[in-house]
Design a protein around this ligand. Structure first.
Ligand code: ATP
Ligand code: MG
Length: 578
């Protein structure tokens, strides 16, 4: 089956032929193009993840935005690992992030690590000290909090603020040389303890921290703070537009202060609102907790909002890019309904996914007048949306299975599927009539239906098509179909806002206990050779993907990507979740 996953491409847009409306970031960039700081430069952006977890759908928004801007302005985009926090960072995360960015269809111009700049950052810190703009402070964390003041009250100056340049240089070298305990002292910028913006109240630039770094090993026992590393890393790489989420708006004056006082190239920081999705938690810390406490099978559990989870679930890169384009960028927080994400994959799969017949809850049907041992190969259309996808053959036999809920014993008038004495058409096949209902005498459960078929009604023949019945149902040969495990996934959380938990409870208390249901389904024999990652539509049931981890050759395991329609609100109101 063809897959376009590997083709890196510009985020395809349905609006290609329409005049493009610029988003607010593009409007700002347009204004900047003529500025002196852009002369001799192309628009240069970066995606700067901290390698402390797997990427999630929120990161996809940032990736599409940063790489997308570089593409639209024929510019450049770097991937930079913001690895200044050694205790939480790992190579596994570095690898997964690169895989995810590439899978989304983007390739970076340069790959960097903030840790590659540790020497330069240290030298710049020395430069600030020499200029009398930084000092070594012995206040401990608690004292520092007291001195910081509040949003309404100014802070107090540290008693160590007026140390001489010489003393500060000596102490800073001693910090680096490992002469202080963790947390014993910090290097701070000397800005303004009365500043209205708390971030400017003598922020910490370095802390003493003995931790093994995944790249620099044990070379350092002091590490730069995020704010000290970020803007300067942008500057070193010649980033022209440093795009980040709104929480950093209050850090921008600090970003600017560092560039100005170090007299280095000064990129422009622009903030946008982070993506929030309903029924979804999006912070890496919470996702890590789901993994560590085994609420899910791993970062790539198909219920996770991680890129690896969505990929394993069966989402296509195109559908994620289209989603990111559709939701746009704004300066104000909002929550996007998770159905927008689900619809984006439905839309793409409707166009590309081959249709097959699969029965999730099998009920046996015997066609009593169909010759024993006879097998008829019926032509089935692979994709009505794509004539080029052609046809395949599906075996019809005397014994079949149909969906349990396609039969009803005491059916209401408008039930157009199978009922005692009623008729229905088998998809691509014949009209059948339910003659007899067989039950388990002990439980009363329907175990088998005996039906007759009308040989004159075969689909595709002129005569056969003349017989119109209201219902058409899918089916699978009981003898030729294969049994496969099918996993029906549902939302991980029952609450629109999972973080919204009553006192004493956490987001974990809002988990959906029925987010995974495993069935044994009967599917067309054509699926026996389906390979990991293949996506199909089970007619009338939804889109499914062959699991890449648990499938074996000849033994596919299917994950439900999404049902055909958004049935969640309806089902929910009936008090069930599946
Ligand atoms: P989290 O809060 O989930 O831990 P983070 O912001 O700490 O995420 P980083 O690795 O620092 O994660 O993020 C890398 C980039 O992705 C940053 O530029 C960040 O602003 C952006 N980003 C993170 N989460 C979102 C989101 N929900 N929507 C849009 N962009 C995001
Ligand atoms: Mg972060």
């Amino acid at each position: 089956m063809s897959s376009t996953d590997k083709t890196p491409s510009t985020p395809s847009s349905s609006s290609e032929s329409l005049p493009e409306r610029l988003n607010f970031i593009e409007q700002e960039i347009e204004k900047d193009l003529a500025l002196p700081r852009m002369s001799g430069r192309v628009v240069t952006t970066r995606f700067p993840p901290e390698p402390n977890g797997y990427l999630h759908i929120g990161h996809a928004k940032s990736i599409c935005l940063n790489f997308g801007l570089a593409q639209s302005y024929s510019g450049r985009c770097n991937l930079r690992f913001d690895d200044t926090n050694p205790s939480k960072e790992e190579q596994e995360y570095v690898d997964s992030i690169q895989e995810d960015v590439r899978w989304l269809g983007f390739e970076w111009d340069e790959l960097h690590y903030a840790s590659d700049y540790f020497d330069q950052l240290f030298d710049w810190a020395v430069q600030l000290i020499e200029a009398g703009k930084a000092f070594v402070c012995d206040l401990n964390a608690e004292q520092m909090r007291e001195y910081r003041g509040t949003l309404t009250a100014p802070g107090k100056e540290s008693p160590y603020r007026n140390r001489s340049v010489e003393e500060n240089l000596k102490l800073f070298q001693a910090m680096r040389a490992g002469e202080f305990e963790n947390g014993a002292c910090t290097l701070r910028a000397k800005i303004d303890m009365a500043a209205a913006n708390v971030n400017l109240r003598d922020p910490v630039l370095y802390r003493v921290l003995r931790a093994h770094h995944h790249r620099t090993g044990d070379k350092w026992c002091i590490y730069p703070m995020y704010d000290w590393a970020h803007g300067q890393s942008d500057s070193i790489e010649g980033i022209t537009h440093s795009i980040c989420t709104l929480e950093f708006e209050d850090h921008r004056p600090l970003y600017d202060w560092f560039c100005e006082n170090l007299k280095i190239y000064h990129p422009r920081q622009i903030e946008f609102a982070r993506l929030n999705l309903s029924y979804t938690v999006m912070s890496k810390r919470k996702l890590l907790q789901l993994v560590q406490d085994k609420h899910v099978s791993g970062w790539d559990d198909p219920r996770m909002p991680t890129i690896s989870g969505l990929r394993r679930r069966g989402y296509t890169p195109e559908s994620l890019r289209n989603f990111c384009e559709r939701i746009g960028v704004a300066k104000f927080y909002s929550t996007i309904d998770v159905t927008v994400l689900e619809n984006s994959v439905r839309e793409h799969l409707n166009a590309i996914a081959p249709r097959v017949m699969a029965v999730l809850h099998p009920l046996k049907v015997v066609l009593t007048n169909y010759p024993e041992g006879q097998v008829e190969m019926l032509d089935a259309i692979n994709n009505p949306e794509d004539p080029a996808a052609g046809t395949r053959q599906v075996p019809l036999t005397r014994e079949l299975v149909i969906e349990r809920d396609d039969f009803m014993e005491d059916a209401p008038k408008k039930f157009f599927r199978l009922k005692p004495g009623g008729e229905v058409r088998l998809r691509y096949g014949y009209v059948i009539k339910c003659e007899q209902v067989i039950k388990d005498p002990a439980t009363g459960e329907v175990t088998e239906l005996h039906c007759s078929y009308d040989p004159a009604t075969r689909s595709g023949s002129e005569e056969g098509e003349q017989r119109k019945v209201k219902g058409v149902i899918h089916w699978v040969s009981a003898t030729h179909g294969i049994e496969v495990p099918v996993r029906l996934y549902d939302r991980l959380f029952l609450n629109e806002n999972p973080e919204d938990a009553p006192a004493g409870k956490t987001f974990l208390d809002n988990m959906n206990p029925d987010s995974l249901q495993v069935l044994t389904a009967k599917v067309e024999p054509s699926l026996e050779t389906a390979a990991g990652g293949e996506r199909v539509q089970f007619e009338r049931n939804g889109y499914f993907c062959v699991d890449t981890v648990d499938s074996q050759p000849g033994k596919p395991v299917f994950n439900r990507i999404v049902p055909l329609r958004d049935s969640w609100s309806k089902i929910q109101s009936q008090g069930k979740t599946n």
